[in-house]
Design a protein around this ligand. Structure first.
Ligand code: FAD
Length: 304
Protein backbone atom coordinates (compact mmCIF):
# COMPACT_ATOMS: atom_id res chain seq x y z
CA UNK A 1 0.00 0.00 0.00
CA UNK A 2 1.18 3.49 -0.83
CA UNK A 3 0.29 6.62 1.16
CA UNK A 4 0.52 10.30 0.36
CA UNK A 5 0.85 12.10 3.69
CA UNK A 6 -0.48 15.65 3.74
CA UNK A 7 1.70 17.51 6.23
CA UNK A 8 0.87 20.88 7.79
CA UNK A 9 2.83 23.99 8.54
CA UNK A 10 1.53 26.74 10.75
CA UNK A 11 3.21 30.11 11.20
CA UNK A 12 6.31 28.72 9.52
CA UNK A 13 6.58 25.68 11.79
CA UNK A 14 5.90 22.07 10.82
CA UNK A 15 2.99 20.83 12.89
CA UNK A 16 3.79 17.86 15.18
CA UNK A 17 0.73 16.04 13.82
CA UNK A 18 2.57 15.73 10.48
CA UNK A 19 4.86 13.19 12.12
CA UNK A 20 1.90 11.15 13.37
CA UNK A 21 1.02 10.59 9.70
CA UNK A 22 4.55 9.28 9.17
CA UNK A 23 4.16 7.08 12.27
CA UNK A 24 0.91 5.64 10.86
CA UNK A 25 2.53 4.77 7.51
CA UNK A 26 5.52 3.19 9.21
CA UNK A 27 3.41 1.26 11.75
CA UNK A 28 1.47 -0.41 8.95
CA UNK A 29 4.41 -0.90 6.60
CA UNK A 30 3.13 1.51 3.93
CA UNK A 31 5.37 3.08 1.35
CA UNK A 32 4.92 6.86 1.63
CA UNK A 33 5.62 10.30 0.20
CA UNK A 34 4.65 13.65 1.71
CA UNK A 35 3.01 16.80 0.41
CA UNK A 36 3.21 20.05 2.32
CA UNK A 37 2.76 23.76 1.80
CA UNK A 38 5.57 25.25 3.87
CA UNK A 39 8.48 27.63 3.77
CA UNK A 40 11.10 26.61 1.21
CA UNK A 41 13.76 26.29 3.91
CA UNK A 42 11.60 24.23 6.32
CA UNK A 43 13.41 21.53 8.26
CA UNK A 44 11.29 18.42 7.75
CA UNK A 45 12.39 15.31 9.63
CA UNK A 46 11.25 12.70 7.13
CA UNK A 47 13.11 10.02 5.28
CA UNK A 48 11.35 10.14 1.92
CA UNK A 49 10.10 12.24 -0.95
CA UNK A 50 8.47 15.57 -0.06
CA UNK A 51 6.44 17.60 -2.57
CA UNK A 52 6.87 21.08 -1.20
CA UNK A 53 4.82 24.08 -2.30
CA UNK A 54 6.08 27.46 -1.13
CA UNK A 55 3.85 28.94 1.58
CA UNK A 56 5.03 32.46 0.67
CA UNK A 57 3.32 31.95 -2.68
CA UNK A 58 0.42 29.62 -1.80
CA UNK A 59 -0.20 30.75 1.81
CA UNK A 60 -0.74 28.36 4.70
CA UNK A 61 -4.48 28.52 4.03
CA UNK A 62 -5.69 28.73 0.45
CA UNK A 63 -7.95 25.72 -0.19
CA UNK A 64 -8.33 26.36 -3.94
CA UNK A 65 -4.60 26.30 -4.56
CA UNK A 66 -3.84 23.61 -1.99
CA UNK A 67 -6.39 21.23 -3.50
CA UNK A 68 -4.85 21.63 -6.94
CA UNK A 69 -1.36 21.16 -5.53
CA UNK A 70 -2.38 18.04 -3.60
CA UNK A 71 -3.97 16.62 -6.75
CA UNK A 72 -0.73 17.31 -8.62
CA UNK A 73 1.15 15.26 -5.99
CA UNK A 74 -1.50 12.53 -6.23
CA UNK A 75 -1.00 12.35 -10.01
CA UNK A 76 2.72 11.95 -9.49
CA UNK A 77 2.51 9.34 -6.72
CA UNK A 78 -0.72 7.45 -7.49
CA UNK A 79 -1.21 6.57 -3.79
CA UNK A 80 -3.81 4.16 -2.41
CA UNK A 81 -4.41 6.43 0.57
CA UNK A 82 -4.27 10.22 0.83
CA UNK A 83 -3.82 10.92 4.53
CA UNK A 84 -4.55 14.10 6.47
CA UNK A 85 -4.50 14.92 10.18
CA UNK A 86 -7.93 15.23 11.76
CA UNK A 87 -7.31 18.95 12.20
CA UNK A 88 -9.17 22.02 10.99
CA UNK A 89 -6.96 21.92 7.87
CA UNK A 90 -7.66 18.19 7.38
CA UNK A 91 -11.43 18.58 7.90
CA UNK A 92 -11.43 21.26 5.26
CA UNK A 93 -9.09 19.81 2.65
CA UNK A 94 -9.71 16.05 2.90
CA UNK A 95 -13.32 16.26 1.79
CA UNK A 96 -12.61 18.68 -1.04
CA UNK A 97 -10.06 16.20 -2.39
CA UNK A 98 -12.29 13.15 -1.81
CA UNK A 99 -15.22 14.83 -3.58
CA UNK A 100 -13.03 15.79 -6.53
CA UNK A 101 -11.54 12.32 -6.90
CA UNK A 102 -14.88 10.62 -6.10
CA UNK A 103 -13.20 8.34 -3.57
CA UNK A 104 -14.25 7.30 -0.08
CA UNK A 105 -13.49 9.75 2.73
CA UNK A 106 -12.91 8.09 6.11
CA UNK A 107 -12.44 10.42 9.03
CA UNK A 108 -11.01 10.09 12.55
CA UNK A 109 -9.12 6.85 11.89
CA UNK A 110 -7.73 5.36 15.12
CA UNK A 111 -6.58 1.96 13.84
CA UNK A 112 -6.03 -0.04 10.66
CA UNK A 113 -5.92 -3.70 9.76
CA UNK A 114 -5.75 -5.31 6.31
CA UNK A 115 -7.55 -2.55 4.42
CA UNK A 116 -10.11 -1.96 7.20
CA UNK A 117 -10.14 1.24 9.23
CA UNK A 118 -11.33 1.64 12.80
CA UNK A 119 -13.18 4.88 13.54
CA UNK A 120 -15.14 6.11 16.55
CA UNK A 121 -18.91 6.47 16.44
CA UNK A 122 -21.78 7.39 18.79
CA UNK A 123 -19.86 10.34 20.23
CA UNK A 124 -16.80 8.09 20.66
CA UNK A 125 -18.65 5.61 22.84
CA UNK A 126 -18.21 2.84 20.25
CA UNK A 127 -15.88 2.01 17.42
CA UNK A 128 -16.79 0.63 14.04
CA UNK A 129 -14.79 -0.88 11.22
CA UNK A 130 -15.10 0.51 7.71
CA UNK A 131 -13.66 -0.64 4.42
CA UNK A 132 -13.60 1.71 1.42
CA UNK A 133 -15.33 0.47 -1.72
CA UNK A 134 -13.25 2.75 -3.93
CA UNK A 135 -9.73 1.75 -4.89
CA UNK A 136 -8.31 4.91 -3.27
CA UNK A 137 -9.41 6.49 -0.01
CA UNK A 138 -8.92 9.82 1.70
CA UNK A 139 -8.32 9.51 5.44
CA UNK A 140 -8.05 11.81 8.42
CA UNK A 141 -6.14 10.40 11.42
CA UNK A 142 -7.28 11.17 14.94
CA UNK A 143 -4.72 13.25 16.85
CA UNK A 144 -2.72 11.17 19.32
CA UNK A 145 -3.84 7.81 17.91
CA UNK A 146 -0.46 7.04 16.31
CA UNK A 147 3.04 7.59 17.63
CA UNK A 148 4.94 10.30 15.76
CA UNK A 149 8.08 9.42 13.82
CA UNK A 150 10.33 12.37 13.02
CA UNK A 151 13.63 11.27 11.54
CA UNK A 152 15.65 11.46 8.36
CA UNK A 153 16.27 13.93 5.59
CA UNK A 154 13.77 14.27 2.77
CA UNK A 155 14.28 14.48 -0.97
CA UNK A 156 12.45 17.69 -1.79
CA UNK A 157 10.64 18.28 -5.08
CA UNK A 158 9.22 21.78 -5.38
CA UNK A 159 5.67 22.00 -6.71
CA UNK A 160 4.54 25.09 -8.57
CA UNK A 161 1.27 25.22 -10.50
CA UNK A 162 1.36 28.92 -11.30
CA UNK A 163 -1.07 31.40 -9.82
CA UNK A 164 -4.42 30.18 -8.53
CA UNK A 165 -7.11 32.78 -7.91
CA UNK A 166 -8.24 32.17 -4.32
CA UNK A 167 -11.95 32.26 -3.49
CA UNK A 168 -11.06 33.14 0.10
CA UNK A 169 -8.31 35.38 1.33
CA UNK A 170 -6.05 34.23 4.15
CA UNK A 171 -5.38 37.27 6.32
CA UNK A 172 -3.67 36.06 9.48
CA UNK A 173 -3.95 33.82 12.52
CA UNK A 174 -5.72 35.15 15.55
CA UNK A 175 -4.17 33.83 18.73
CA UNK A 176 -6.67 33.31 21.50
CA UNK A 177 -5.67 35.23 24.59
CA UNK A 178 -4.72 32.87 27.41
CA UNK A 179 -6.93 33.26 30.44
CA UNK A 180 -7.49 30.97 33.41
CA UNK A 181 -5.07 28.17 34.26
CA UNK A 182 -2.00 27.28 32.25
CA UNK A 183 -1.95 23.51 32.70
CA UNK A 184 1.08 23.09 30.46
CA UNK A 185 3.36 24.18 33.32
CA UNK A 186 1.62 22.21 36.10
CA UNK A 187 3.57 19.42 37.79
CA UNK A 188 0.44 17.90 39.34
CA UNK A 189 -3.00 17.84 37.74
CA UNK A 190 -6.19 16.44 39.25
CA UNK A 191 -8.59 16.08 36.33
CA UNK A 192 -12.36 15.89 36.54
CA UNK A 193 -14.50 13.78 34.22
CA UNK A 194 -18.21 13.33 33.65
CA UNK A 195 -18.11 10.46 36.15
CA UNK A 196 -18.16 12.93 39.08
CA UNK A 197 -21.86 13.29 38.27
CA UNK A 198 -22.53 16.97 38.99
CA UNK A 199 -20.80 20.33 39.28
CA UNK A 200 -21.02 20.45 43.09
CA UNK A 201 -18.95 17.23 43.38
CA UNK A 202 -15.94 18.95 41.78
CA UNK A 203 -15.28 20.40 45.26
CA UNK A 204 -13.75 16.98 46.11
CA UNK A 205 -11.22 17.21 43.26
CA UNK A 206 -10.55 20.90 44.03
CA UNK A 207 -9.65 20.00 47.58
CA UNK A 208 -7.46 17.11 46.42
CA UNK A 209 -5.69 19.39 43.93
CA UNK A 210 -5.07 22.01 46.65
CA UNK A 211 -3.78 19.36 49.05
CA UNK A 212 -1.35 18.07 46.43
CA UNK A 213 -0.38 21.58 45.32
CA UNK A 214 -1.68 20.92 41.83
CA UNK A 215 -4.06 22.37 39.24
CA UNK A 216 -7.52 21.29 38.22
CA UNK A 217 -7.96 19.72 34.77
CA UNK A 218 -11.11 18.51 33.05
CA UNK A 219 -12.44 16.38 30.25
CA UNK A 220 -14.48 18.01 27.51
CA UNK A 221 -17.98 17.07 28.75
CA UNK A 222 -17.19 18.83 32.03
CA UNK A 223 -16.33 21.98 30.09
CA UNK A 224 -19.27 21.57 27.69
CA UNK A 225 -21.57 21.33 30.73
CA UNK A 226 -20.01 24.57 32.01
CA UNK A 227 -18.92 22.95 35.26
CA UNK A 228 -15.42 24.38 34.63
CA UNK A 229 -14.20 26.87 32.04
CA UNK A 230 -12.36 25.87 28.88
CA UNK A 231 -8.91 26.73 30.24
CA UNK A 232 -9.15 23.52 32.31
CA UNK A 233 -9.76 21.21 29.35
CA UNK A 234 -7.16 18.58 28.56
CA UNK A 235 -7.10 16.87 25.17
CA UNK A 236 -6.99 17.40 21.44
CA UNK A 237 -9.25 20.45 21.63
CA UNK A 238 -7.87 21.50 25.01
CA UNK A 239 -4.38 21.71 26.44
CA UNK A 240 -1.59 19.16 26.00
CA UNK A 241 -0.06 18.53 29.40
CA UNK A 242 2.93 16.66 30.78
CA UNK A 243 2.73 16.80 34.60
CA UNK A 244 4.70 14.50 36.88
CA UNK A 245 1.40 13.29 38.36
CA UNK A 246 -1.99 13.13 36.61
CA UNK A 247 -5.01 12.01 38.64
CA UNK A 248 -7.96 11.18 36.37
CA UNK A 249 -11.23 11.21 38.32
CA UNK A 250 -14.23 9.68 36.59
CA UNK A 251 -12.65 9.98 33.14
CA UNK A 252 -13.20 7.14 30.66
CA UNK A 253 -10.00 7.64 28.66
CA UNK A 254 -11.34 8.57 25.22
CA UNK A 255 -8.60 8.92 22.64
CA UNK A 256 -9.09 12.71 22.41
CA UNK A 257 -8.47 13.00 26.15
CA UNK A 258 -5.51 10.62 26.17
CA UNK A 259 -3.88 12.62 23.36
CA UNK A 260 -3.63 15.56 25.74
CA UNK A 261 -2.27 13.76 28.81
CA UNK A 262 -0.36 10.71 27.68
CA UNK A 263 3.00 12.40 28.31
CA UNK A 264 2.20 12.53 32.05
CA UNK A 265 4.89 10.94 34.22
CA UNK A 266 2.63 8.94 36.55
CA UNK A 267 -1.08 8.41 36.07
CA UNK A 268 -3.57 7.54 38.78
CA UNK A 269 -7.10 6.80 37.53
CA UNK A 270 -10.21 6.44 39.63
CA UNK A 271 -13.15 4.85 37.85
CA UNK A 272 -16.00 2.59 38.86
CA UNK A 273 -15.69 0.64 35.60
CA UNK A 274 -12.74 -1.76 35.78
CA UNK A 275 -12.69 -1.96 31.95
CA UNK A 276 -12.56 1.80 31.33
CA UNK A 277 -9.86 2.53 28.68
CA UNK A 278 -8.07 4.96 31.03
CA UNK A 279 -6.86 1.78 32.77
CA UNK A 280 -4.60 1.12 29.79
CA UNK A 281 -2.49 4.22 30.51
CA UNK A 282 -2.84 4.27 34.31
CA UNK A 283 0.09 3.33 36.56
CA UNK A 284 -2.37 2.95 39.42
CA UNK A 285 -6.00 2.14 38.61
CA UNK A 286 -8.45 2.46 41.49
CA UNK A 287 -11.84 0.83 40.87
CA UNK A 288 -14.14 2.85 43.11
CA UNK A 289 -16.83 5.50 43.25
CA UNK A 290 -14.85 8.68 42.73
CA UNK A 291 -17.13 10.72 45.01
CA UNK A 292 -16.43 8.35 47.87
CA UNK A 293 -12.76 7.64 47.18
CA UNK A 294 -11.41 11.16 46.55
CA UNK A 295 -12.55 12.70 49.91
CA UNK A 296 -11.02 9.74 51.78
CA UNK A 297 -7.76 10.09 49.82
CA UNK A 298 -7.62 13.83 50.53
CA UNK A 299 -8.25 13.25 54.23
CA UNK A 300 -5.46 10.65 54.37
CA UNK A 301 -3.04 12.95 52.54
CA UNK A 302 -3.86 15.83 54.91
CA UNK A 303 -3.18 13.70 57.95
CA UNK A 304 0.03 12.19 56.54
C1 FAD B 1 -13.37 16.28 17.65
C2 FAD B 1 -13.44 15.90 19.10
C3 FAD B 1 -12.57 16.52 19.98
C4 FAD B 1 -12.60 16.18 21.34
N1 FAD B 1 -11.72 16.78 22.20
C5 FAD B 1 -11.71 16.39 23.48
C6 FAD B 1 -10.76 16.94 24.40
O1 FAD B 1 -9.97 17.82 24.06
N2 FAD B 1 -10.77 16.49 25.67
C7 FAD B 1 -11.63 15.52 26.11
O2 FAD B 1 -11.58 15.17 27.31
N3 FAD B 1 -12.54 15.01 25.27
C8 FAD B 1 -12.60 15.42 23.98
N4 FAD B 1 -13.55 14.90 23.15
C9 FAD B 1 -14.61 14.07 23.74
C10 FAD B 1 -14.17 12.63 23.94
O3 FAD B 1 -14.43 11.88 22.78
C11 FAD B 1 -14.97 12.00 25.10
O4 FAD B 1 -16.34 12.10 24.83
C12 FAD B 1 -14.65 12.63 26.45
O5 FAD B 1 -13.26 12.67 26.69
C13 FAD B 1 -15.32 11.80 27.55
O6 FAD B 1 -15.19 12.49 28.75
P1 FAD B 1 -15.31 11.72 30.13
O7 FAD B 1 -14.29 10.65 30.19
O8 FAD B 1 -15.33 12.75 31.21
O9 FAD B 1 -16.80 11.14 30.06
P2 FAD B 1 -17.33 9.66 29.78
O10 FAD B 1 -16.73 9.10 28.53
O11 FAD B 1 -18.80 9.72 29.89
O12 FAD B 1 -16.74 8.80 30.99
C14 FAD B 1 -17.14 8.93 32.30
C15 FAD B 1 -16.40 7.87 33.09
O13 FAD B 1 -16.69 8.01 34.45
C16 FAD B 1 -16.93 6.73 35.01
N5 FAD B 1 -17.82 6.94 36.16
C17 FAD B 1 -19.15 7.23 36.15
N6 FAD B 1 -19.59 7.41 37.41
C18 FAD B 1 -18.52 7.22 38.22
C19 FAD B 1 -18.35 7.25 39.63
N7 FAD B 1 -19.35 7.56 40.46
N8 FAD B 1 -17.12 6.97 40.12
C20 FAD B 1 -16.08 6.66 39.29
N9 FAD B 1 -16.19 6.61 37.96
C21 FAD B 1 -17.39 6.90 37.42
C22 FAD B 1 -17.52 5.89 33.90
O14 FAD B 1 -17.26 4.52 34.13
C23 FAD B 1 -16.78 6.44 32.68
O15 FAD B 1 -15.60 5.70 32.44
C24 FAD B 1 -13.52 15.21 21.81
C25 FAD B 1 -14.39 14.60 20.90
C26 FAD B 1 -14.37 14.94 19.58
C27 FAD B 1 -15.29 14.25 18.62
Amino acid sequence: MKALLIGESKQGKIEDSTYELVGFAKQFGMESAMFIVAKNDSQIAYDGKVYLADSDKYKEYNPDAHKKLIEEAINKENPDYIIFSHSSYGWDMAFRVAADLKVAPISEVVDYKDGTFVVPCCNSKFRREVKPKTDKAVLTLQGGAFNPVAEGTPQIETLDIGDVEPSVEFIDYEVQEKTGVDLTKAEIIVSVGRGVGKKENIEFEKELAETLGGELGASRPVVDSEWLDQSHQVGTTGQTVAPKLYVACGISGAIQHLAGMKKSGFVVAINKDKDAPIGEVADVFVVADVNEFVPILTKKLKSA
